[in-house]
Design a binder for this molecule. Sequence first.
Ligand code: PMP
Length: 461
Amino acid sequence: MNTHAKNINIAEVVANDIAHHFHPFTDHKAFHAAGGPRVMTQADGVWIWDANGNKMLDGMAGLWCVNVGYGRKELAEAAYQQMLDLPYYNTFFKTTTVPTTDLAAKISSVMPKRFQHIFFTNSGSESNDTIVRFVRHYWKLKGKPYRQHFIARTRGYHGSTMVAANLGGFQGMHEQGGTRFPGFHHVQQPYWYDFGGDKTPEEFGLEAAADVEKKILEVGPENVAAFIGEPIQGAAGVLIPPSTYWPEVQRICRKYGVLLISDEVICGFGRTGNWWGFQSLGFEPDIVPMAKGLSSGYQPIGAVAFSEAIIKEFFDLGGEFYHGMTYAGHPVAAAVALRNIEIIQREKLVEKTREIGPYFADALASLRDHPIVGETRSMGLIGAIELSSNKAKRIRFKDSGRVGTMCRDHCFKNGLIMRACWDTMVLSPPLVISKKEIDELVRLARVALDATYRDVKAEMA
Ligand code: PMP
């Protein structure tokens, strides 16, 4: 099936990549030692091929983004047509383009009614940077310039730009490049598997939410601008909070007048079985950053939706907002995103995800009998498999991340892309995945788990 690869000189691509390509999130010494990159060349539906002809089931939809699956001709056609009509114009200074405006209206139409204004960016990181500037300026306009502080979660991921990395709760990122700005605070993640101990998930959910209130009081409620969280923390290992968590966080934020931001970069556009993760987790945010599934990764584009209550005040009180990117609302990206949302609607991919969610959950749960699987969990089509050295006691393998990486490498070798977040294996397949393909995904996962278990036993022997 891999028709593209035959014209590619793979050795040359690999050599050029090693010689010239500085990769993100990569240890280059280890990468070079391992012989350079795997070269991806072609994809269709949930399947992806590398240049050596290896076919893999992409259990991650790229980086949690290819919601409508690979190989969508009409998205290519939408881009082609828009490039012919108008390849670029900006949205500064009282101008717009047709797809950009159409997309703003379309996004509003798939959100709760209170979201009617959309600001465009090129990525999730830029969306979150935009929010920090917006929110701080908003409070200043309202005469509360001291409301500058943001509260987020440990191991929350909100992007890689300076501000987004500050919002994020990854220590490794904070240690590089001075991403420890004042005014960013982190609270406990609602991760029952690791931190819940003997409490029920519901009890633990309330306890984790109480940590938000504790932090608000510590910082001073009058100084707190907003709380940001992913409905389900993706990069932390698909942490699905107990049902008590988000409603309680919302109650606390409202109590102190703190804005609530739902980072929907992963959870948006159907991933959890609703259009938005906040609908699945039961809360009502004021501001919603999005990216990834907005274009299913076919074009780089992000956006932020603001509730009307806030945006009206901002427009009434403010003059010019000195913020914007050259490519914000890029017409080609917008045309593709618009068609992508039309596909999601036409093929009822949100409803389909909700329907197939329990099948996916059961399929993952069938792995619980495996000697190194401590827990499986999922919502819609996002899920996780916890690797454990002692299932009953929820004990982890030593050297966090080592066994997870072994498992991930076995997956790759055996035709499955499943990512490791430390020792939590995570999945986020395209929303078009069929039941048969879910069966195959789980079969391939078991093969990798078996191989990992063999390695672990060999180490102990
Ligand atoms: N927020 C969340 C929840 C994410 O998962 C990501 C990316 N994985 C981002 C923000 C950053 O998005 P981007 O990589 O497009 O900047």
